[in-house]
Design a protein around this ligand. Structure first.
Ligand code: NAP
Length: 284
């Protein structure tokens, strides 16, 4: 099996490529970043995909700067919507399976129940809207697709909430952290295992795949400090006290029913993932 991984210079793509390399025998893979294949250049996307001719494309690349996207909607659209359309077209040309990584931000964040995969979409920011367009492009063109929505991502190869908390926690005695946005962290090393299992199957569809357990950013920060033995007090604040350029959904809980129904394993609890991650990055 030949696999093309986009976004290999980012958090998830890096771990997917590493897991494919670990599985070795019978799996050949190639990872690309924006320098190798710019998603805003449809011709180049077609050329790269046709030249490598993979059986599977794991599309992890995206414009992920959520706040900046509010001021750069054209670039964000070009990468997340048009770029994904270009990948889907190329996958169709060569009859490849496609994995598209999406986000909790396609939902509006109302209520406090987990969103089912087919719940109403209502993105509250530009990034979420462009990721939804990406999903629609995939579903419009392909039959052999896996759409996997994730949230609150952390991995070794890139920046994320945990790394920010570790830095700030060492500098300050007290931190204000938002306590009314609820969701589940996703460890890319855990998700990479699931993705590599999924692509071996023909169980196509839409899935939610975060680590298990729900938390809010303030509680997440407090557990990070406890595990990393950093003495910094977390002061919980409401979203309104921490204004950001892009609006964030308050409820990002994602239902795992479709994952269960297809017989895929859920990811471990986020606290367990956090402990392993802190070891991986040398903070424990
Ligand atoms: N981070 C989160 O909290 C989060 C939450 C929910 C869903 N997701 C989704 O999960 C996936 C993985 O996220 P991540 O955190 O691993 O991303 P990341 O670390 O920010 O990495 C983004 C990747 O996309 C590539 N990229 C950006 N613009 C590109 C372009 N024009 N052409 C080609 N490649 C381009 C980057 O390549 P260069 O380094 O070469 O620019 C990089 O490899 C994305 O689809 C994202 O939307 C992320």
């Amino acid at each position: 099996m030949k696999v093309l991984v986009t976004g290999v210079t980012g958090q998830l793509g890096y771990d997917v490529a590493a897991e494919l390399a670990r599985r070795g025998r019978g799996i050949e893979h190639s990872g690309v970043g924006s320098k190798d294949m710019d998603l805003t250049d449809a011709k180049q996307v077609e050329e790269v995909v046709h030249a490598y001719h993979p059986d599977v494309i794991v599309h992890c690349a995206a414009y992920t700067a959520v706040d900046k996207a509010e001021d750069e909607s054209d670039v964000c659209m070009a990468v997340n919507a048009d770029g994904t359309l270009a990948i889907a077209k190329a996958a169709k040309d060569i009859d490849a399976k496609m994995v598209y990584i999406s986000t909790d931000y396609v939902f509006g964040g109302e209520g406090n129940l987990p969103f089912e995969v087919d719940a109403e979409k209502f993105p509250v920011n530009i990034y979420g809207m462009t990721k939804l367009f990406g999903e629609q492009a995939v579903q419009m063109l392909l039959r052999k697709y896996f759409i996997i929505r994730i949230s609150w991502v952390f991995g070794k190869n890139g920046n994320n909430f945990i790394k920010t908390m570790l830095r700030l926690g060492k500098e300050r005695k007290k931190l204000n952290v938002v306590a009314d946005q609820w969701g589940s962290p996703t460890y890319t090393a855990d998700l990479a295992l699931l993705i590599c299992d999924m692509i071996e199957t023909e169980k196509y569809g839409v899935y939610h795949a975060t680590n298990e357990g729900v938390t809010c950013w303030a509680d997440f920060a407090a557990v990070i400090f406890k595990e990393a033995e950093i003495s910094c007090e977390v002061h919980p604040i409401p979203t309104e006290a921490y204004p950001t350029r892009a609006q964030r959904p308050k409820n990002s809980r994602l239902s795992k029913k479709s994952l269960d129904a297809a017989g895929f394993h859920r990811l471990p609890d986020w606290r367990d993932a956090l402990k392993r991650y802190l070891m991986e990055i040398g903070e424990k």
